[in-house]
Design a protein around this ligand. Structure first.
Ligand SMILES: O=c1ccn([C@@H]2O[C@H](COP(=O)(O)O)[C@@H](O)[C@H]2O)c(=O)[nH]1
Length: 477
């Protein structure tokens, strides 16, 4: 490793200082790709140590100063302040990539001044699979900016460099995982056993250039059922296995007689009936009794799509009381996380008839919805912290590798498209095979079809085939 231009900073001394301020952590960590790692570099800690930030920015700059670029762009968020330091110290204009395009105003993905064909250097803190650098590079490229090089503090040596090279991006790094292990071992800050454990992990967890990230193992429904501690998810996966279906019927009719007929006809093909009980014109206790009888007859769970979204105290009453007494009959409910964790605590307090699991609405299918980015991530965290009651997500993608958390996706039809009010449709194979969701939720695609039972059968086959394709792909890759 070379000493930097600033004679005070060597990469060795920087590694030791990063270790001493707790940037390097040992344990069991889940990386962005979903795989486990015994070592984690939390470089966000650096912002509390300005002198380290300046040294990192200096080292990065020295590494690339002979390259040719007109602007620099940090991968959000940790690399943003580092890129800012490089920009101000060397008077190189900076660009910022938005994680989501604004839905108002300029709707820009890239902030800052640039012209078509400008060359931009991407700055990042750590690279493992290379996917974060690639996301930023692709956003820049889609705005007409050329990305040929990226610079990173730590290359974890898990295939990111090769992946970026295969996409035409040359990666420069200050140090590698091998350097970290050597320096920390020589300084007596890492035991030989831990060095061996990490080296072994790196050897076994290298990303292939044609793979954005190693796919976590795809489990069958029977295996998932066995892994679930919550009786509702256990039961759901058992039904999915037995009936070979991942189809939830969104039973959005307003007449109870027609609704019961629809459910009876489609019952053999579904694992869940999703209701909006408050749209029924003629709700009665008798309807609930008949719905529960159909649930036993056809073996499906009842999901009331009430979307609780109030403070804990209020949702207690909404769930247990009022006209509908949802807690007496629903197996599954759902909640928005906008009120904070109190909504989960409130719902969890209610005594239920069937035991009840809650899905958190982490993403939505409708155009322009705000359940994205940090909101989605915070929702995933809430789910992981409340697994005694939260059984998964309403989402349009796979958000957690945890086999106990189930993903259910609305906005599904046999062809992609949209309705006039912002609903956006994906196909079963997009949702299940490519995006890794578990359950397709289908409403109008079934109940507005000329023959709803036949439509349900088609969705059952399409959804299940899509799952088998995901299993098969996982085995082959
Ligand atoms: O993000 C969401 C959350 C819930 N829904 C509900 O799913 C069904 C979809 O019905 P389709 O007729 O298949 O469009 C409906 O009950 C929504 O309230 C959703 O669509 N998107």
């Amino acid at each position: 490793m070379a000493a930097s231009m600033n004679s005070q900073i060597t990469t060795e001394s920087l590694i030791i200082r990063l270790h001493d301020v707790n940037v390097v952590k040992f344990g069991d960590f889940t990386l962005k790709s979903g795989i486990q790692s015994p070592i984690y570099f939390d470089l966000r800690v650096m912002i509390s140590y300005p002198e380290i930030m300046v040294d990192v920015a200096t080292l990065l700059w020295n590494k690339v100063k002979s390259s040719s670029f007109k602007t620099i762009c940090g991968v959000p968020y940790t690399a943003l302040p580092i890129a800012t330091l490089m920009s101000t110290a060397h008077q190189i204009p900076m660009l910022i990539r938005r994680k989501e395009a604004k839905s108002y105003g300029t709707k820009k993905l890239i902030e800052g001044i640039y012209e078509d064909g400008d060359v931009c250097l991407v700055v990042e803190d750590v690279v493992s699979s290379g996917s974060s650098i690639l996301e930023t590079a692709q956003a820049l490229q889609s705005s007409g900016i050329i990305v040929k090089e990226a610079v990173v503090l730590l290359n974890r040596e898990q295939g990111g460099c090769e992946k970026l090279a295969s996409e035409g991006i040359k990666l420069h790094s200050i140090f590698t995982m091998g350097d970290v292990l050597r320096v920390l071992r020589e300084a007596g800050k890492m035991s030989p056993e831990m060095v061996e454990r990490v080296s072994d992990y790196i050897l076994k967890n290298t990303f292939q250039p044609n793979q954005l990230a190693p796919k976590p193992k795809v489990l069958g429904y029977r295996e998932r059922a066995k892994l679930c501690s919550n009786p509702i998810t256990q039961r759901l996966f058992e039904i999915m296995e037995k009936k070979r279906t991942n189809l939830a019927l969104s039973a959005d009719l307003t007449d109870s007689k027609q609704l019961l007929q629809l459910i009876d006809k489609t019952g053999p093909y579904i694992c869940i009936v999703k209701t909006h009980i408050d749209i029924l014109e003629d709700f009665s206790e008798d309807f609930i009794e008949k719905l529960s009888q159909l649930a036993s007859k056809h073996e499906f769970l009842i999901f009331e799509d009430r979307k609780f979204a109030d403070i804990g105290n209020t949702v207690v009453h909404q769930f247990s009381g009022g006209v509908y007494h949802i807690s007496n009959w629903a197996h599954i409910i759902n909640a928005h996380t906008v009120p904070g964790a109190g909504v989960i605590q409130g719902l969890k307090m209610v005594k239920t008839q069937n035991g009840c699991g809650c899905l958190l609405i982490a993403e939505m299918s409708s155009a322009g919805n705000l359940a994205t980015g940090d909101y989605t991530q915070a929702t995933v965290k809430m789910a992981e912290e409340n697994k005694d009651f939260v059984i998964g997500f309403i989402s349009v993608s796979n958000l957690s590798p945890d086999p106990e958390l189930v993903h259910m996706t609305p906005g599904v039809q046999l062809e992609c498209g949209r309705d006039d009010l912002g609903q956006q449709y994906l196909t079963p194979s997009e949702v299940i095979t490519r995006r890794g969701s578990d359950v397709i939720i289908v409403g109008r695609g079934i109940y507005q079809a000329p023959d709803p039972a036949e439509a349900a059968r088609q969705f059952q086959v399409a959804g299940y085939d899509a799952f088998v394709a995901r299993l098969t792909e996982a085995v082959i890759s």
